[in-house]
Design a binder for this molecule. Sequence first.
Ligand code: 13P
Ligand code: SF4
Length: 352
Amino acid sequence: MVNGEADVVHNGSRSEHRLLQARIKALARQRNAVTLAHNYERLEVQDVADFVGDSLGLSREAAKTPAEVIVFCGVHFMAETAAILSPAKTVLLPDLAAGCSLAATIDGGQLRAWKADHPGAVVVSYVNTSAEVKAESDYCCTSGNAVDVVNAVPADRDILFLPDVFLGAHVRRVTNRQNMHVWMGECHVHAGISPDDIAARRATHPGAEFLIHPECGCATAVVDAISAGAIDPSGVQILSTEGMIRRPAAAPGDEFIVATEVGILHRLRRENPTKRFYPANEAAVCAYMKVTTLPKVAAALERLQYRITVPPDVAARARQALERMVAIGAPSGGGSRQTLSPSHVPAVDPGE
Ligand code: 13P
Ligand code: SF4
């Protein structure tokens, strides 16, 4: 366990957790509810969920579940996405404070102004956006299928990619797409994982593979280091959270430096008990993900709170962009099929 994880991730004793988890399971049966949890949720919340995954995998589960109620243990935009994809279902967010600093970097008015500056451009929005922004978009994507979505846009069409500047730079590197404009938003958690963090971890674990989420501030520095020959490209994987979950089973080594939110370490360690995982920065904690606790999940099911709805006209426009996202790429869940290789890496990072 990483330093500090005990304080941040655990909340109550194991026996309290077991009682609450049993209560949640019983309530979910009564309500005909499914519980979905993101890979960054508290470990005891992940453990009670019917499905744990990345944004893409959770969207797919929300779209196909026969349950009448979806309890979304994630952040607000994820619950909105579920409400858009499943308008007949009751979608619950256990705590309305579960926001997202990245989604907050652009609103509908700002996107409309950006579009007016680039008439005819195709808008590709990362799923970390409000319903209003999705409604102004042609495609949504997640980190699991952003490359596939951009490749689906005809090469001669300009692209407005938003809101994450680091994911945008990564997608441009991999696709070598020059006519792609990138919004300058960032997630405070991933932007805070710095090249210095990577350098310090490399010094301690020289043989470890890097698993890097493309939202990370360090991703560009690592790619530069590959270009300069300072890092072996075969030891680097830029992946969605679900891609990270799958990677260790296929990797030759047994040590991994993990550059994303530390909640993912729970599944990585549980699913790969013989391998070792080191956080790139153990302070990389998304407070928005951690507001969801077992008592709040139980209260959500008891009181059917807090219901997330999207106005029908906004939902109808957003649904088209989301359905394209759900249909494109990574057919088995949310893991990116794109890995970083030297042929994908131009010498100069075209990031804006
Ligand atoms: P994934 O799509 O990889 O699950 O990431 C979602 C997210 O919010 C990352 O910060
Ligand atoms: Fe948003 Fe960052 Fe938290 Fe992901 S880790 S939900 S992008 S604030």
